[in-house]
Design a protein around this ligand. Structure first.
Ligand code: SAM
Length: 297
């Protein structure tokens, strides 16, 4: 074996040894508290092993000795804020796909958009602002952009649309900005849209520039009250499949910020299996065909 391979074997065995580190119950408590305070995600007791396995790789990579050392590193080292980026990437679940919630898109096209545009016209305005507040790799805001381009813009040519996607994980935002997707992401996309708005190449399915240019992406932690105060005057907010990772208190805090980010008359849409029951009474619940929305009156 040459020197390089000996080094590689030594490093692998070091990594394997580190990967078998265990997260003690008391350390789990400290981690759960730290994560909760920093981003609102609350690891239930039955998610201890998930957290353990998600952090092990990073601990091994940094050559640290324990979960406690990694937590100290995050809390006290000079580069702790840049390390948080890796933490958020490690602990978040980024599952998403195009056209994940077709009933919401139907309602957007058939009811919500015509209503909002009529209101805008009354007040002499011509811009609709939409925010995908946990956009992951972009499939949700791009799906919205596709139906707007295809079905709304031709009907309302004088209206301007701004779509913003935000997430706490910079890795998924890089994918979103790149706009190239694997088969898995487009599995639910109607064939018509796939053909019309994607170009298939060696890398995958690339979203066409006219759709890509409709959406901008930026890093944002929904649990950061100051950053949330900068997100103002949205007409529609999608905050789907993220509140499920929060506990009641962090849901209340985030939903309250989202309420403040909406313009009067605007709508908040959340995931299929989510509810604001017990979280907020500020919105009016609106029943649409096969879906619901929360309106700020
Ligand atoms: C399961 S994905 C949902 C994506 C998309 N909204 C959908 O429904 O398909 C959840 C996303 O929420 C993001 N997330 C989790 N906690 C967050 C926080 N505190 N602030 C912003 N984004 C967060 C994760 O990084 C992840 O990309």
């Amino acid at each position: 074996m040459n020197n390089l391979s000996t080094l590689a074997v030594a490093r692998n065995s070091f990594l394997n040894q580190k990967q078998s580190l265990a997260l003690s119950v008391s350390s789990f408590e400290n981690w759960r508290q730290y994560i909760y305070e920093n981003c609102g995600i609350y690891f239930q007791d039955n998610k201890k092993y998930l957290l353990e396995s998600r952090l092990q790789k990073r601990i091994a990579f940094l050559g640290l000795e324990s979960f406690d050392h990694y937590l100290d590193h995050l809390k006290y080292s000079t580069n702790s804020s840049s390390e948080k980026k890796y933490l958020f990437e490690a602990i978040t679940i980024n599952e998403t796909f195009f056209f994940r919630n077709q009933p919401q898109l139907d309602v957007l096209v058939n009811t919500v958009m015509p209503e909002l545009i009529a209101e805008k016209k009354k007040s002499g305005k011509n811009k609709i602002r939409i925010w995908s507040a946990a956009s992951s790799s972009g499939e949700e805001p791009y799906s919205v952009a596709i139906v707007i381009w295809d079905l709304i813009k031709p009907r309302f040519p004088n209206i301007e649309f701004e779509i913003v996607g935000t997430d706490i994980s910079s890795a998924v935002l890089d994918t979103a900005k790149n706009g190239v997707y694997k088969e898995y992401s487009i599995r639910n996309a109607p064939a018509y849209y796939l053909k019309k708005y994607f170009k298939q190449n060696a890398a995958g399915f690339e979203i066409l520039p006219q759709i890509k240019n409709m959406v901008s992406f930026r890093l944002l932690n929904l649990y950061d009250t100051m950053a949330m105060k900068m997100m103002m005057n949205f007409d529609i907010i999608y905050c789907a499949n993220v509140l499920i990772y929060f506990n009641a208190d962090s849901k209340i805090k985030v939903v309250n910020s989202l309420y403040n980010s909406l313009s009067k008359g605007g709508y908040l849409f959340i995931g299929y299996s989510e509810t604001l029951h017990g979280i907020s009474k500020a919105f009016k619940l609106i029943s649409f065909p096969k879906t619901i929305g929360y309106k700020k009156e």
